[in-house]
Design a protein around this ligand. Structure first.
Ligand SMILES: [Zn+2]
Length: 249
């Protein structure tokens, strides 16, 4: 880590210390969870090409889910579930800041539930959560363990509701699907009244998530990302560091 980053981290921690009660909001992407060992499902590894004939964006689209549920669940269970992953330093510190009354909300693009596992309660999951699953016909709710058991029992590898036989779908926003309006609005509200906003582990390349920054009118915007983002010019501070490092205090 260079001196400039070290100085930046100091400034960042002072902002956190000085933030008014409930004045801080966190907005995180995949980079927050990679430090818990959760790979970005989009990053193809050596085995990927052999195993899956379609690009990931296609395999987790709604039209693919509807047309080829079996292949969807093969990919989903293989590449998108990481149920043994544990929260890292960033998750833990954010939970601590919420308990201390500084942090009002975590807005996340991740679907792994690690913020809640670390103890955070106000977590706005823009892309849903692998931990929640619903029958598409009767709406019954199932845990991920139940979904895996249903898949095990099914001849075609597609989890089905024991009550009505409907397909059970993860509560995850697929490509071609809209974000949940309520979650989006709650995120806008939290960001709009924050004094300090921390954006971390996201390249800010995808809308509408990136557009959430435009609702921030507080004092300090900090972006923590290993690589530059299109919104760096808007930020008061950019830290090219690991998220866990920045939150290690
Ligand atoms: Zn059902």
């Amino acid at each position: 880590m260079d001196d400039e980053t070290r100085r930046g981290i100091k400034t960042f921690r002072r902002w956190v210390d000085d933030a008014p009660a409930g004045g801080m909001v966190f907005f995180g992407g995949a980079g927050v969870s990679t430090e818990s060992g959760i790979p970005d499902f989009r990053s193809p590894d050596g085995l990927y090409a052999q195993k899956y004939p379609h690009p990931p964006e296609q395999m987790i689209s709604r039209s693919f889910f509807d047309a080829r549920p079996r292949e969807f669940f093969d990919f989903y269970c293989d590449r998108m579930l990481a149920l043994d992953a544990q929260p890292n330093q960033a998750h833990r510190k954010l939970a601590e800041l919420e308990r201390a009354g500084t942090l009002s909300a975590v807005v996340t693009q991740n679907i792994d539930g690690l913020h809640q596992k670390a103890g955070s309660s106000n977590v706005l999951e823009l892309h849903g959560s692998v931990l929640r699953n619903y029958c598409m016909d009767c709406g019954a709710a199932f845990s991920v363990d139940e979904l895996l058991a249903q898949r095990e029992q099914a001849e075609d590898g597609v989890p089905r509701c024991p009550a009505c036989g409907g397909i059970v779908k993860p509560d995850v926003v697929l490509y071609e699907e809209a974000l949940d309006e309520g979650t989006l609005q709650a995120s806008v509200d939290a960001i709009a009244c924050a004094a300090l906003m921390v954006v971390a582990g996201t390249s800010l390349a995808v809308y509408p998530a990136a557009g959430l920054l435009d609702f921030f009118h507080g004092d300090h915007l900090a972006i923590v990302n290993r690589t530059p983002t299109p919104r760096d010019r808007q930020a008061d501070l950019c830290l090219a560091a690991n998220v866990g490092e920045v939150f290690d205090f």
